[in-house]
Design a protein around this ligand. Structure first.
Ligand SMILES: N[C@@H](CCC(=O)N[C@@H](CS)C(=O)NCC(=O)O)C(=O)O
Length: 202
């Protein structure tokens, strides 16, 4: 296997974050190819679908963040061995992709239109999704198999984005207010020794 290269924006979050974390936690060397937003137009031209993240390895450029995250999760020992647990893991990761796509769908808006769209998104979709996530957690420290998997890494990146204050009209208190158990899970997860270690340098 050649040294894998992950290409994504120079941010500690988004669709590449679970991939980077899985490589790090698994102790697998990889090239963390980060670029500034200003370079996106150029970088896009070199990607198969005009999207990032991409994973480059063994002469291939691979797209689709969830597929990459699952693959790296398997290499890193952060993916369920049991097929049914794997299904539950994928279900959670795909749900995050759905939510992400809906949030990104409001990006071109501003002013009143943005406010209306974001408030509707929050009430009709984001809060129900948070509650669904909380129900899947059932009071556990991890989503799957009582151990850290890529499902947790994907959820963590998403909750971090929702809490970042970067999403206008999505209050950064929404998680704590509507899903306190999910909020506690999130705080505990960020104290996981390997995750803490990763963020000491990022
Ligand atoms: N289904 C793809 C979606 C990838 C995607 O949309 N990535 C965004 C950045 S997070 C992007 O490159 N968008 C293209 C654009 O904005 O033109 C995946 O999960 O990797």
């Amino acid at each position: 296997m050649s040294k894998p290269k992950v290409t994504y924006f120079d941010v500690n979050g988004g669709r590449a974050e679970p991939i980077r974390l899985a490589f790090f936690i698994g102790g697998i060397e990889f090239e963390d190819d980060r670029f500034p937003y200003a370079d996106f137009a150029e970088v896009k031209k070199r990607t198969p679908l005009g999207q990032v993240p991409t994973l480059e390895m063994d002469g291939q450029i691979i797209t689709q963040s969830n597929a990459i995250t699952s693959y790296v999760g398997k290499l890193a020992g952060l993916y369920p061995n049991d097929d049914f647990q794997a299904l539950l893991c994928e279900e959670i990761m795909c749900s995050i992709e759905d939510v992400t796509t809906r949030i990104v769908g409001t990006f071109g808006l501003d002013g009143e239109a943005l406010k209306t769209a974001r408030e509707k998104l929050l009430n009709d979709y984001l809060i129900p999704h948070l509650k669904w996530l909380e129900s899947k957690l059932s009071g556990n420290d991890y989503f799957i198999e009582s151990r850290l998997t890529v499902a947790d890494l994907k959820v963590m990146a998403h909750l971090g984005w929702m809490q970042s204050g970067m999403l206008e009209h999505i209050p950064n208190t929404a998680i704590a207010q509507h899903t306190p158990a999910l909020n506690t899970y999130f705080s505990k997860l960020r104290q996981h020794p390997k995750i803490t270690e990763y963020y000491q340098n990022h």
